[in-house]
Design a protein around this ligand. Structure first.
Ligand SMILES: NC(=O)c1ccc[n+]([C@@H]2O[C@H](COP(=O)([O-])OP(=O)(O)OC[C@H]3O[C@@H](n4cnc5c(N)ncnc54)[C@H](O)[C@@H]3O)[C@@H](O)[C@H]2O)c1
Length: 270
């Protein structure tokens, strides 16, 4: 089989000797795993879920699990199985009916889509409370993100090892980031320093920024920024709890109504 560009940027597999005009998408056979490359964009939320599937699947590889059904994976990842199947179709993986997904194959497809086929060295800037915690956390290394450099403006911290890595002064950020091939910069400085730190990371060639400081950073188009704000996550949790409480009290009111006035059914509209 060879790969060709199909309609709408989808690459379809065709048998040798078939012309592109004749090429029709291959319908997955029951016992066949069909792999399709999709050039179209994957929704941001699906990318986040793919990272969750990868974490779950990597744990399964460690336990020697070789195949997994979509139901098992959806339960382990906390995602409904229809959404999971849709997400996995973005990476071109269709499981085998009655057998499920080959865990290692799925891991390699997701890693390829997430660009994890190579290591991404990380620099943390701002080695205060948060920076210390991040630098000391061993979990990034095992997920393909080794922390390779630490920076702070505080000269008392220069040379002090945190998580086994000596802190460099911020003035050395360009040379050190280039030398250690840093591709992700984590900003854990006070907000007023964050934009200048971001600019220095960008001029050192760092194209991915993970920003913990509560500011919106301005970056060139070819630089990706993700902002982490735990307070926002808590506000989202609070919203869901409040909504659940509203639903429970509406249901209670409906039950009271049924019991009180003898109607059979009350429909609650959002
Ligand atoms: N996103 C979140 O959920 C979250 C959670 C906690 C903290 N934060 C944010 O993370 C940041 C750090 O918080 P913290 O409690 O660790 O603060 P901190 O004061 O303990 O540490 C800040 C560190 O940054 C260093 N620094 C200051 N200016 C610098 C510069 N120009 N270059 C390099 N280093 C510089 C300081 O010397 C200090 O070591 C703050 O902006 C805070 O608001 C975000």
């Amino acid at each position: 089989m060879v790969a060709q560009r199909g309609e709408g940027d989808e690459v379809v597999t065709t048998t040798p000797g078939t012309s592109a005009a004749q090429a029709a998408p291959v319908v997955p056979e029951q016992d066949e795993v069909v792999v399709r490359e999709r050039a179209r964009a994957i929704p941001e939320a699906a990318v986040a879920r793919l990272a969750v599937y990868l974490r779950v699947l990597s744990g399964m590889v460690d336990q020697g699990v070789t195949t997994i059904s979509s139901e098992e994976l959806s339960a382990a990842a906390g995602v409904n199985s229809a959404k999971l199947r849709k997400d996995l179709s973005y990476v071109g993986s269709y499981g085998t009916r009655g057998v499920g997904y080959d865990v290692e194959v799925l891991v390699s497809h997701i890693e390829r889509i997430l660009g994890l086929t190579r290591k991404h060295s990380v620099a943390v800037v701002g080695i205060g409370n948060l920076g210390h915690a991040l630098a000391n956390y061993g979990g990034f290394q095992s997920r393909g993100f080794p922390v390779a450099a630490l920076f702070d403006v505080d000269e008392d911290l220069t040379g002090v090892p945190v998580g086994g890595i000596p802190v460099n002064h911020i003035d050395d950020i360009t040379t050190v980031c280039v030398e250690r091939e840093v591709s992700i910069g984590v900003i854990a400085t006070p907000p007023q320093a964050a934009q200048a730190v971001c600019d220095r990371l960008v001029s050192a060639g760092v194209q991915c920024i993970l920003n913990f400081a509560p500011v919106v950073l301005q970056v060139p188009d070819d630089v990706e920024v993700r902002k982490v704000d735990l307070a926002v996550e808590m506000q989202i949790l609070s919203f869901h709890v409040a909504r659940r409480a509203d639903e429970a009290s509406a249901e209670q009111a409906a039950n009271d109504l049924i019991n009180g006035v003898g109607v059979d059914r009350v429909v609650i509209r959002p």
